[in-house]
Design a binder for this molecule. Structure first.
Ligand SMILES: NC(=O)c1ccc[n+]([C@@H]2O[C@H](COP(=O)([O-])OP(=O)(O)OC[C@H]3O[C@@H](n4cnc5c(N)ncnc54)[C@H](O)[C@@H]3O)[C@@H](O)[C@H]2O)c1
Length: 375
């Protein structure tokens, strides 16, 4: 099935999508054949980068022009968070399906409005979160879902960056509440952290948040200093119920984590077994076994993603690979051919993440654990 794709927002992530779609032929037997045909960005130089992609025919400065094209089936949107709601709703109302970027609206209200419009118009909508599609993420998910870990002891998951340790790193829209959202780093990194826990049904009943801000000013693009008012580091101490037992689940989202360039990790520990995976060691899976002796086993994973590719089974996967796998999952699910494989973040899961992050903001203000009454 041919699927014509348009991209709104030609920055960092818009280009990653072009990269993924341009090597679609490495997938074996995928039911869809996507083609990137249109891009939109108000900045001409951003649009012009896409002239190297031979299939792109429409270069729009305004997203309405792209949405007016009857040629496009699916739109991927990667713009600052304060623009999500308006542009996502315009995509849905233009009759097209939507691959949204996280955090799926600037706040909980926006996420609910996008989600309910998607339901009303019966559009296929998913939200981006690629790391669980790495072989290590998939194995951790399968092991936890398999239920062989005994009684669960605790869960830790996180996504860590470090470049903000440099006080001279220039500010961009991600460092300002107005454009990034009051939830700050939780909106930037949080969806990646909750994707697997939410998919396993682990919805926190309570959250106690420790949120931190560091440098209040950074150099701006045009010289001078820019106010940076977003939360930079978030540690959420949550409690989930698993099989009738209360389990601590710690979720970490940090822009200032020394030495961590883009580290996504998950650790799930039980009385009989455990699993740990981190992109710090991208091909290594650690599994715990309690026998007469207790041991952690280290397994080299190879390249097995949910969707088979031509890449040799012993090779190492990286960011572009899990991004391609995520797109393979999005398009397979859209045409009803996911076949039991792992799916992208749903609008309900994205809205849940906002409810968690909004509760975390409340916890920070009240300096208390907050009970979450899920909507
Ligand atoms: N999935 C991931 O791993 C990941 C990583 C980084 C960012 N993101 C998300 O992707 C989105 C974009 O982030 P980014 O890092 O690509 O940002 P970016 O700043 O690199 O790119 C944003 C682009 O949007 C364009 N833009 C601004 N207003 C627009 C409008 N009205 N119409 C069309 N384009 C417009 C800007 O000119 C810019 O080119 C955010 O939601 C962010 O949270 C996801």
């Amino acid at each position: 099935m041919k699927v014509k794709i348009g991209i709104i927002g030609c920055g960092l992530m818009g280009r990653e999508v072009a990269s993924a779609l341009s090597r679609w032929f490495v997938l074996e037997d995928h039911p869809c054949h996507p083609e990137l045909v249109a891009v939109c960005d108000p900045v001409a130089s951003r649009r012009d980068w896409f002239r190297r992609v031979p299939t792109v025919r429409l270069f729009a400065a305004d997203h309405h022009e792209l949405l007016n094209s009857s040629e496009i089936d699916v739109v991927y949107v990667a713009v600052p968070h304060n623009l999500h709601e308006k542009i996502y709703l315009d995509v849905l109302n233009s009759g097209k399906d939507l691959f949204a970027e996280k955090p799926f609206g600037v706040d909980l209200r926006a996420a609910k409005s996008i989600s309910s419009e998607a339901t009303r118009l019966k559009r296929f909508v998913r939200c981006s979160s690629e790391f669980p599609f790495l072989p290590g993420g998939q194995r951790a998910f399968e092991i936890a879902r398999g239920g062989g870990l005994g009684r669960l002891l605790e869960v830790r998951a996180g996504f860590l960056h470090s470049s903000d340790l440099d006080p001279n790193k220039p500010a961009n829209w991600k460092r300002r509440n107005e454009t990034c959202g009051e939830i700050g780093v939780m909106g930037d990194l949080g969806m990646h952290v909750v994707h697997i826990p939410f998919r396993l049904g682990w919805k926190p009943k309570t959250v106690y948040a420790q949120l931190q801000k560091f440098y209040p000013h950074r150099p701006g693009g045009a010289g001078g200093n820019v106010i940076c008012d977003t939360w930079d580091n978030a540690t959420l101490h949550t409690g989930v119920d698993v099989d009738g037992h209360g389990i601590p689940m710690r979720l970490e989202m940090k822009r200032l984590a020394p030495g961590e360039t883009n580290t996504w990790f998950i650790e799930i520990l039980g009385t009989e077994g455990g699993v740990k995976y981190s992109t710090k060691e991208p091909k290594t899976l650690w599994t715990f076994k309690r026998d007469r002796e207790q041991c952690w086993l280290r397994t080299d994973l190879g390249f097995n993603g949910p969707f088979t590719t031509i890449t040799g089974g012993i090779f190492e996967p990286g960011f572009p690979d899990c991004f391609l796998q995520m797109w393979a999952s999005f398009l397979a699910e859209r045409c009803g051919k996911l076949g039991g494989r792992f799916g992208c973040v749903t609008p309900d899961e994205a809205t849940m993440s906002h409810q968690l992050f909004e509760s975390a903001l409340k916890s920070q203000i009240e300096k208390n654990a907050i009970q979450i009454n899920w909507i």
